[in-house]
Design a binder for this molecule. Structure first.
Ligand SMILES: Cc1cc2nc3c(=O)[nH]c(=O)nc-3n(C[C@H](O)[C@H](O)[C@H](O)COP(=O)(O)OP(=O)(O)OC[C@H]3O[C@@H](n4cnc5c(N)ncnc54)[C@H](O)[C@@H]3O)c2cc1C
Length: 550
């Protein structure tokens, strides 16, 4: 039933010059960059499900759920009314509804269940779309998706994988055998060290029956209502990875206590917590002493989630900026027709185009089965994570400014997006850690990441002289000597920009790649958005955002 419009004629004035409702936009079909990149990298089969999700995620109902789940953050219930420990988190119903929808559309498992190329692209594209309505629920989705390789490392009861793949949201605290689906969290970071997990102090003691007892703490454990946590702990043989369930195989609450929930800048729907293991039950995954090897696979996969999530945040911010500026007039012109606003919007649009092309290309690398694609995925996901997450807060801020004062108000979504925007840079490897990781990947002889990266750039060879020259210069520098640690950010940035430019040259309309390369590689722009030197052709870039397929 059509909604009865609000009253614009008020006793003291008439409400005019405000945009129409944003809700009701199909977030997928309105996004040419994402749609083209997802289908190109993942295959046409993605189209239908993404179209459905785009419609759902852009609906008034879903946007409202996202708002409610963040306005009413989770609450820790340490004890029941009689003083017995329960260590449970109470969420607003909107959170449960969002989790249900996220698992119904298979964000957690599509990559592992489709049995055709494009599964990881589907995961990334769905996660990017869902994030636009709500980002916090994507943390448990991303971790659950990423836990699959670790669960396959051996040691976990086969039912964990059975319940994860094809599973549906089931928030009950119950033995997994009785559940419709499960979610998995990860617990690595401790008070004395997060990036450096070798500083962990949590210990694991082997029992006669082959299980382990865990004693220690974790300083960050998001989604503490997950069914199990991949936990790093030391045994005599070194750092090892364990699956610590919330319910033990005997059907009892595992002795994992939630000490408190974090009072966070953003990401408020998601209950990030501090936990302690009080002789908690754990099952070893992989081998004793092989914990880093097991967890690193999970971390690698969660990084795909961090870049897809960043893409979603950027997209919603950009969509809001275009929506507002198309629906408001200032100084006798619609905002989007003011020349300086057009420069800002075009600059933001090419930033997003480049991000979408990069994320979907990285998704395809995760789908790759040969060694060169695997090497490319290791390098490219780190490069993308470094650069996109660094760009995201400034990008969202600039979009916010396009809305003027309305952008600073919670109802616009922009404050929530802004608070969310720094997070993907921090978890799963903070900026410096990621940049150093990139240097290590480049230095590794096996896998030959640099050659694979160079081959990817070569595919765009001859498309743009400025890009060709910049690529030749960077590759010859990297070929000559390994960069020093202090240069890692410089290298990461260059690798990212050239890769984005190469993808745009090959796949985007020429106006988009020209603007990107001119401003980001050939230095024809300043440091703020829209600060182009001289006249640049931006009409096709703006038109592409406006001519969304309905
Ligand atoms: C909302 C939220 C949720 C989280 N959820 C989880 C979770 O579910 N599970 C989990 O295990 N963790 C989680 N984390 C923790 C997160 O992964 C860590 O905070 C992150 O890995 C950084 O570790 P740290 O906080 O100990 O910082 P540190 O390791 O102390 O790093 C501090 C800074 O130093 C930099 N740095 C580190 N090493 C170097 C170096 N060699 N050279 C130069 N600079 C360096 C880092 O880049 C960083 O900027 C979460 C964090 C947040 C914010």
């Amino acid at each position: 039933m059509a909604r009865i419009p609000p009253t614009s004629l008020l006793p003291t004035h008439e409400v005019t010059n405000q945009p129409d409702d944003f809700a009701g936009t199909n977030l997928y079909t309105a996004d040419a960059a994402l749609r083209e990149a997802a289908l190109r990298e993942g295959g046409e089969w993605l189209d239908e499900s993404l179209r459905e999700l785009g419609e759902q995620a852009g609906s008034a109902e879903m946007l409202e759920l996202g708002m409610l789940a963040n306005r009413h953050p989770p609450e820790l219930l340490s004890f029941d009314r009689y003083g017995r420990r329960i260590d449970e988190v109470r969420f607003h119903p909107a959170y449960h509804e969002l989790m249900t929808r996220a698992m119904d559309c298979g964000i957690h498992d599509v990559a592992w269940t489709v049995n055709r190329p494009g599964g990881h692209v589907a995961h990334a594209a769905r996660l990017a779309l869902f994030t636009q309505a709500e980002a916090g629920t994507m943390c448990p989705m991303s971790m659950t998706y990423a836990a699959v390789p670790a669960l396959r490392a051996g040691g976990a009861d086969a039912r964990w994988l059975e319940k994860l793949l094809g599973g549906r949201y089931d928030p009950d605290l119950a033995p997994i055998a009785t559940k419709r689906g499960i979610t998995i969290g990860m617990a690595m970071t401790e008070k004395q060290g997060g990036s450096d997990v070798r500083a962990n102090t949590t210990r694991a003691y082997r029992q006669d029956n082959g299980s382990y007892r865990l004693i220690g703490h974790k300083w960050f454990c998001s989604a503490p209502m997950s069914d199990g946590f991949l936990t790093l702990a030391y045994t005599e043989d070194g750092l090892s990875c364990f699956l610590a369930p919330r319910v033990t195989p005997d059907g009892e609450r595992n002795s994992i206590q939630i000490m408190r929930l974090k009072d966070k800048l953003g990401n408020r729907s998601n209950a990030s917590s501090e936990i302690e293991y009080h002789d908690a039950y754990g099952a070893l995954l992989g081998e004793e002493g092989g914990g880093i090897k097991v967890i690193i696979d999970m971390v690698h996969h969660t990084r795909l989630g961090t870049i897809a999530g960043t893409l979603g945040i950027m997209r919603m911010a950009l969509a809001q900026a275009f929506h507002h500026t198309s629906g408001r007039r200032v100084f006798q012109r619609t905002l989007i027709d003011q020349p300086l606003m057009r420069s800002v919007l075009a600059d933001l649009a090419v930033e997003y185009e480049a991000a979408a092309a990069l994320v979907m290309r990285v998704g395809r690398a995760f789908d790759g089965t040969d060694e060169s694609e695997r090497a490319f995925s290791r390098l490219a996901v780190a490069v993308a994570k470094y650069w996109l997450t660094k760009r995201c807060p400034g990008f969202v801020y600039e979009c916010m400014e396009c809305l003027g004062g309305a952008g600073y108000v919670e109802e616009s979504m922009m404050p929530r997006l802004f608070r969310e925007s720094p997070l993907n840079a921090i978890w799963e490897g903070s900026g410096n850690v990621i940049a150093l990781d990139i240097l290590r990947t480049l230095a590794r002889k096996s896998g030959a990441a640099l050659e694979v990266y160079a081959a990817e750039l070569a595919l765009a060879g001859g498309g743009d002289e400025r890009l060709d020259a910049a690529a030749a210069e960077l590759l010859s520098i990297l070929d000559r000597a390994a960069p020093a640690e202090a240069e890692a950010r410089h290298v990461a940035e260059k690798l990212a920009l050239l890769l984005q430019a190469a993808l745009l040259v090959r796949h985007a309309p020429q106006a988009v790649s020209d603007l990107f390369i001119g401003s980001r590689i050939a230095g024809q722009a300043g440091h703020s958005y829209g600060a182009f030197a001289g006249e640049v052709p931006i009409k096709p870039v703006i038109d592409r955002q406006m001519s969304a397929v309905a």
